[in-house]
Design a protein around this ligand. Structure first.
Ligand code: HEM
Length: 474
């Protein structure tokens, strides 16, 4: 029963009009069914495969403060799950075998998500290139970054590391807290290494010093992104310096310049003028690579410091006169399994279905590198640091892929492992150390990093202990 002004409740309709409205509802339903059947038979109505499992509420946002976020999701929802990253639907994919299959089957629907340097470099970053530019430039850099450039410079690379670590030890002995000096020291080592290998100039060369100064301007303490006016200015200086070095290689051949990535580029990419996409990528490889490498050296120091038994084994091998290099390499590979390598990001540019789930255009894919390396089905006691796992250098690429998978795999993988191994050798051959500060890991600009409080106090080994042929700089 309703009364006037009852706030909007409707009165019951009379019986005749009720019958009429019942009939029209039936007719409406019949029309809908007819349309549905027609659509079904015409195949225009398809049931969409489901999105991967996982909530999309506020608690599904991946947080940089929680390094176990993806691991928990994987355990709870399986190796393919969804979450929100940077306000976008993102799909986590665990396991390298599965990820490789995903890339193989749907490569054309996935494009790498990386820094945008197209304002600096005509065809952009090698990492973001697609066919045919990618094949063209990647094959040139594959030749240029060949591991034997390192062999040619082995003594100079070691001298750079030894010199910088000795300065750190000296400054610490004079009272400067190591925490203030550690990151800049490692940064100088990695920048100098990469400049030497890229351009073949020694640290005492004037052009080398100008290149170093311009890189310090581009990123005084880490890779600066987004790139602003100071980076444009520094990049212009670097481009001009690199173009000059290329010109001197092309014309007379520099008598003071040795083997280098630039020198190893096919002649066609230096003539008649050096290709600006090559120059730009080389500059950004040094600029970004030095931070990746610095990050890895910090993790290496952290894991060695946390595992004195491993350091004892390295020293034993050193004193035994054989096996140090292999074990040092194993330490590097085990560090890369546990840290520094984080994840591979791809933009989904076209809808597709994989393992029964829908990957919609506009979403992101993240291959879970860190988590895949800590999967107990791939490695026993996966959270433990055990370099012994890598004493045999061969590894199963379905379990271990710190340098990525597929066509965009890291072009400097071999170089990174060799340089880091050399660093461990120089450290063990010339120093002892103790930890003087530490704290929890944190998410830096692109990676998890050891605490900025992590610091070691280095001490030169007594001269009498040094191996024959190796002496500390005066
Ligand atoms: C700790 C050291 C490093 C690690 C863990 C690392 C890891 C990776 C990974 C995982 C990829 C694949 C990215 C993807 O598929 O989206 C990659 C690509 C790449 N890396 Fe590295 N990297 C390191 C150091 C370096 C250095 C020092 C350089 C250069 C000197 C470098 C140059 C490149 C380039 C150019 C690519 C793109 C290759 C392509 O798209 O064809 N990386 N790196």
């Amino acid at each position: 029963m309703t009364t006037k002004g009852d706030g909007g409740a409707r009165a019951d309709p009379p019986v005749r009009s009720r019958r009429r409205s019942g009939q029209s509802a039936l007719r409406r339903d019949a029309d809908l069914w007819a349309k549905f059947l027609k659509a079904w038979t015409l195949g225009s109505l398809r049931v969409q495969p489901p999105l991967p499992p996982g909530p999309l509420g506020p608690r599904s946002i991946s947080r940089f403060g929680d390094h176990n976020f993806f691991r928990r999701r994987w355990q709870r929802f399986g190796p393919i799950f969804k979450y929100i990253f940077s306000r976008r639907l993102t799909i986590g994919v665990g396991g390298f075998q599965r990820a490789r299959q995903l890339f193989r089957e749907h490569g054309e629907a996935l494009s790498p998500a990386t820094v945008n340097i197209s304002a600096f470099v005509p065809h952009g970053h090698l990492r973001s290139m697609t066919s045919p530019h990618h094949e063209h430039y990647r094959s040139q850099f594959n030749l240029a970054l060949h591991g034997d450039v390192i062999t040619a410079w082995d003594a100079t690379l070691r001298a750079i590391a030894l010199d910088e670590l000795t300065r750190l030890a000296d400054a610490t002995a004079r009272g400067t807290p190591p925490k203030e000096l550690m990151v800049p020291t490692l940064d100088r080592i990695t920048l100098r290494w990469l400049l030497l290998l890229s351009y073949g100039l020694r640290p005492d060369d004037g052009t080398f010093r100008s290149l170093e100064a311009a890189h310090m301007k581009m990123g005084p303490s880490g890779f600066v992104y987004p790139l602003g006016p100071p980076q444009h200015e520094a990049f212009a200086e670097l481009r001009s310096l690199v173009t000059q070095i290329a010109a001197s290689i092309r014309t007379a051949g520099r008598s003071d310049a040795g083997d280098s990535a630039l020198r190893r580029l096919p002649t066609a990419s230096l003539e008649p003028e050096v290709d600006p996409t090559i120059v730009g990528n080389l500059i950004f490889m040094v600029e970004m690579g030095r931070y990746d490498l610095r990050g890895l050296l910090r993790w290496i120091l952290k894991y060695l410091s946390d595992h004195p038994a491993v350091v004892t084994e390295l020293r034993r091998l050193r004193d035994a006169g054989g096996g140090l290099q292999d074990y040092a390499r194993a330490c590097v590979q085990e560090t890369l399994r546990l840290d520094q390598a984080s994840g591979l990001l791809r933009n989904v540019v076209k809808d597709f279905t994989f393992e029964g789930y829908r990957f919609p255009a506009g979403s992101l894919v993240r291959v879970l590198t860190w988590e895949s390396h800590r999967d107990a089905t791939s490695f026993q006691n996966p959270d433990e640091y055990r370099p012994d796992r890598f004493v045999q250098p061969a590894h199963d690429p379905d379990n271990y892929a710190p340098f990525g998978i597929g066509e965009h795999r890291c072009i400097a993988a071999q170089m990174v492992v060799r340089l880091s191994t050399l660093f461990v050798e120089v450290l063990i051959n010339n120093f002892t150390w103790r930890v003087v500060g530490d704290g929890p890991r944190f998410y830096g600009k692109f990676h998890w990093e050891p605490s900025l409080d992590f610091a070691i106090e280095l001490h030169p080994r007594a001269a009498a202990d040094l191996p024959v042929g190796e002496a500390l700089p005066s």
